[in-house]
Design a protein around this ligand. Structure first.
Ligand code: MN
Length: 412
């Protein structure tokens, strides 16, 4: 293996094979960067030193406070940027090495921002283990609806309240059902997280034209960790017949670095077999997922963080390509910067559940944290931390952390 002049610890998510894109600021305004180890490469400054001579038009895209324009220049462009930085990290004579003091900024000294202007966000329901165990809680005789194995089920979510890692979330208020038939107005007593991945759409599709499943992956720029915060008691009362609304529209968190599709390539693995076979517009071979380890920790106020879930993305029943083919089959168009989330990712075991609803069987049992602390749902000042990475031999590529702290409800 080649040695870089910039040492990166072997357990870093931001190895030389990753080089994800994000938006950061220091004393200067928000702009595009690439993460390497504990550092950010300032792309605007690197551009000014002519590190990217083949794309003279790129300077404007690097200076924007979101990555949409950069992504809009195409995967060919982002791959050129990553490859140029990767080569420079191995080359002792590179501009990046010569001017390292100017081009590399410590991540601990920068503020990370929302990396995208998200136009549209759709949340799928692609984990069979999750759909089955949630179904079992509410409909023991009929856990999976008959449509579930025929199409990637989803709802259109809310884009305006997608927030960057570190943004606190206020406990939402709303209506919950009661035995009397009249609803109560409460601050949710069943606040939950959902561990998900989200695909970042990298190019517009044409209005009126379905994206064929075989071309669908060309529309993906990269991936993020996604926390679909949920208020279960509000959700239970409101979700029929049209699906979740206020129980999920108050906030969704995303990790700050977008890991590119190419960087995730080493972790591709076959997706589970599908029976019954889906309709032709959803059929493709091979169907591929990603072998990515995912985890969730809860850190109570003044306590230490405790891991409550460890799972993997490789068992998702519906793949990204199938989600895109289904989303666009009507002619609905995708736009650069849209997010398509997988839905909660769970495994079979009780320690592999991607939300508290499943891990506590809807609050019937508790999850043990350290020091005798336990949770059925989240309490005020709990911080939820999500992590995810792929590891293949010495190649490690990860998302970093997605953090979000619960603050008390704002009475209004
Ligand atoms: Mn969800």
């Amino acid at each position: 293996m080649l040695q870089s002049w910039l040492p990166v610890p072997p357990d870093s998510d931001f190895s030389i094979y990753n080089l994800p894109f994000g938006i950061f600021s220091d004393e200067r305004p928000a702009r595009a960067g690439v993460a390497i180890g504990e550092w950010v490469v300032d792309l605007t400054a690197a551009y000014a030193l002519n590190l990217f001579p083949h794309y003279p038009e790129a300077g404007g895209a690097f200076r924007k406070p979101v990555l949409n324009d950069l992504i809009g220049l195409g995967r060919e462009f982002s791959e050129y940027v990553r490859k140029t930085i990767q080569d420079a990290l191995f080359d002792h004579d590179s501009v990046l090495h010569q001017y390292a003091g100017h081009l590399l900024i410590r991540q601990k000294d920068v503020q990370m921002h929302m990396p995208l202007k998200v136009g549209n966000y759709t949340d799928f329901y692609s984990s069979e283990e999750h759909a089955f165990s949630v179904g079992q809680i509410f409909r023991p005789d009929n856990p999976l609806f008959p449509n579930w194995k025929q199409m990637p089920v989803a709802y259109h979510g809310r884009a305006s309240s997608i927030v960057a890692s570190g943004t606190p979330v206020y406990r939402p208020q709303g209506q919950v059902g009661q035995a009397s038939g009249n609803p109560a107005f409460v601050a949710t007593r069943a606040l939950d997280y959902e561990l998900e991945l989200a695909f970042v759409i990298g190019k517009d599709s044409t209005f009126g034209r379905p994206v064929p499943v075989g071309e669908a992956e060309d529309y993906i720029f990269g991936m993020l960790l996604f926390n679909d915060w949920s208020a279960r008691d509000i959700q239970r009362w409101e979700y029929q017949p049209l699906g979740p609304f206020t129980s999920k529209n108050f906030a969704s968190g995303i990790s700050p670095w977008i890991v590119t599709w190419e960087a995730l390539h080493p972790f591709r693995v076959p997706a589970p077999a599908q029976l019954p076979r889906p309709l032709p517009y959803l059929s493709i071979e091979p169907r591929l997922n990603f072998d990515l380890s995912l985890s969730v920790g809860i850190k109570p106020e003044n306590g230490s963080e405790y891991e409550v879930c460890q799972t993997n993305a490789q068992h998702l029943y519906w793949t990204a390509a199938q989600q895109i083919a289904h989303h666009t089959i009507t002619g609905c168009n995708l736009q650069t910067g849209d997010l398509l989330a997988t839905g909660t990712i769970s495994g079979r075991g009780i320690s592999q559940k991607g939300c508290l609803l499943e891990a506590t069987l809807n609050g019937r049992q508790s999850v043990k944290l350290g020091d005798g602390v336990e949770r059925r749902f989240l309490e005020d000042n709990d911080e939820v931390v999500m992590r995810g990475f792929g590891q293949k031999e010495k190649i490690r590529v990860g998302f970093g952390e997605l953090r979000g702290k619960v603050l008390p409800a704002i009475q209004g």
